[in-house]
Write a protein that binds this ligand. Sequence first.
Ligand code: TYM
Length: 328
Amino acid sequence: MQRVFSGIQPTGNIHIGNYLGAIRNWVEMQHQYESLFCIVDYHAITVEYEPKKLHERVLDLAATLIASGIDPNTATLFVQSSVPEHTELTWLLTCITSIGALERMTQFKDKSERQKGGVFAGLMNYPVLMAADILIYKAELVPVGDDQIQHLELTREIARRFNSLFGEILPEPQPILTRAARVMALNDPTSKMSKSIEGSYIAMDDDDDTIRKKIRRAVTDPGPQGGEMGPGVKNLFTLLEAFAESEVVEQFRADYANQSLRYSDLKHTLGEAIVEAIAPIRERRAEILAKPDQLIEILNAGAERARKLARQTMAEVRDAMGFKMPVL
Ligand code: TYM
């Protein structure tokens, strides 16, 4: 059975972009592949964060993932910092990763511009930690949104360099994209929906009226003009395709084509479709969060399973790189 790995950061508001670009795909894939899904808390500290809130955010995210359909008896769900081999491998891979390649990463360029108090090395090395996450499990498939493709390409490059220097140990992983691999911001459809841009997203824990209101306010254009759709309307159709029945989508597409579509109708239908999908997840999430001890037990069990695999790869990697002393 092929192995799948993917990760998500516990940084604030998980949104429907994360859900459509990644989480929903994980839920489907967990039944077809051996799957590991990781809450990447070490990634979350590469930008300013609140230490007092980190643990709560980790549990929140775990609950959201389980409520969305990740079954911890089928997939291995765990927290990155519970498996220290991730950071151990990161160091070894850092030594064969070029600074130039890291500086070229689009996300690094964007985020370092926003870093007011100076740019720290962790932000630049972030993709090496991501490569270690994947390679330590020798994962073959990585379901992600479009914004992670560049990091995955770098992961493949690092694996190739490792294998050519030390022997064929780390397989090159392939990305898996969904049809909604790039959900755009509701308030600016030329940039992607993002946790760090207020007004751009619908959060997985938004209440029904907030969801409806955010969709009503989404940027569109003056009206169907025929021909090429504007980016805001295109984004609403992407969301409609993801949340509504195909007949409903087809009807709206036909209305758009003959220029009879009213955006208020489209928004109303879309808002209701999102509410229908998200409300049950929000409710399940609250039930799960009411029993934090059980949740922590689930994550610990996942980490134990993951750690066994991580240790095997680390032993091979250490040996191949010439570290012959035991880990005590
Ligand atoms: P993160 O936490 O930013 O996002 C989690 C997942 O959501 C996807 N995503 C989107 N998909 C569609 N439209 C959007 N607007 C949108 N915004 C986010 C992301 O592509 C991602 O799949 N570096 C990663 C986490 C990570 C990881 C890994 C992923 C760490 N190690 C190993 C895969 C494998 C990140 O910051 O994702």
